[in-house]
Design a protein around this ligand. Structure first.
Ligand code: PLP
Length: 246
């Protein structure tokens, strides 16, 4: 991809693409909500900006996006710096940064320092590290569930969800928001998200405040909305296809 922020006309063109992408996604969310009698205002759209430049994040912020998602610490760090430290626009509403990628223990503290929400807590050993890195106001956390039972791709298996939720809820600076999942490849996302919703209801019996569900990406946001998602993590449908990882 060329540098979309490189020239004024390039930036205007990119802005127009993002306006279109956002418009399409917001319309899909509105339709999906209407189909099941939900209010679009109950949903948080997290625009996943991984692999895209900080200039795109700045354009998105100008278009009213408040929640952005990053998968890897170095990118989170660079864009967070570019958007908040190097170019603090006067009066701009601050962005909320969502860490959505697999967390390594040696990066957990630093991730917690920068992120407002972490979607991918999947190991009790991360809990004290995240709590340590979190600020005074606390860090919102989703426990990631592996719906295909293969934790190699991230997430804990269903049996381990209650104990991990207890650990997060018990940590001084962490707030348990709810559960997160990625629909397993090659399976019906509706069935997967229905299962996530059931697991979320079980968690709420012990943790009534953990009402959020992070589910749904570019390809399956409708199924996620139909199954109670509160947070959608959408990248490609807003920003365009990512170049394949090298
Ligand atoms: C990349 C990513 C997304 C966004 O995927 P798109 O298909 O681009 O919408 C959502 N969630 C996670 C965990 C991701 O890694």
């Amino acid at each position: 991809m060329s540098d979309p922020g490189g020239t004024t006309s390039g930036r205007d063109e990119r802005r127009a693409e993002l306006v279109q992408g956002l418009g399409r996604v917001r319309a899909r969310i509105a339709d999906a909500c209407a189909a099941v009698g939900r209010a679009p205002t109950d949903l948080t759209l997290v625009v996943v900006t991984k692999t895209y430049p900080a200039s795109d994040v700045a354009l998105l912020a100008g278009l009213g996006v408040r929640d952005v998602g990053e998968a890897r610490l170095p990118e989170l760090r660079d864009k967070h710096a570019a958007l908040t430290e190097e170019a603090p626009a006067a009066g701009r509403v601050p962005l909320r940064w969502h860490a959505i990628g697999r967390l390594q223990r040696n990066k957990a503290r630093a991730t917690a320092r920068l992120a407002d929400v972490v979607h991918s807590v999947d190991d009790p050993r991360l809990v004290p590290l995240l709590s340590d890195g979190a600020g005074e106001t606390g860090l919102g956390c989703f426990v990631q569930v592996s719906l295909d039972g293969d934790p190699g791709r991230g997430g804990v298996v269903a049996e381990d969800v209650p104990a991990l939720c207890d650990a997060v809820a018990g940590a001084e600076r962490l707030r348990l928001l709810g559960l997160m999942a990625v629909a397993p490849l090659g399976q019906d996302p509706s069935a997967a998200f229905a299962r996530l919703r059931d697991l979320g209801e079980q968690v709420r019996a012990d943790h009534p405040a953990a009402t959020a569900l992070s589910a749904g990406m570019s390809g399956d946001l409708e199924q996620a909305v139909a199954n109670g998602a509160t947070h959608l993590r959408v990248g490609a449908a807003v920003l365009g296809q990512r170049p394949p990882l090298g």
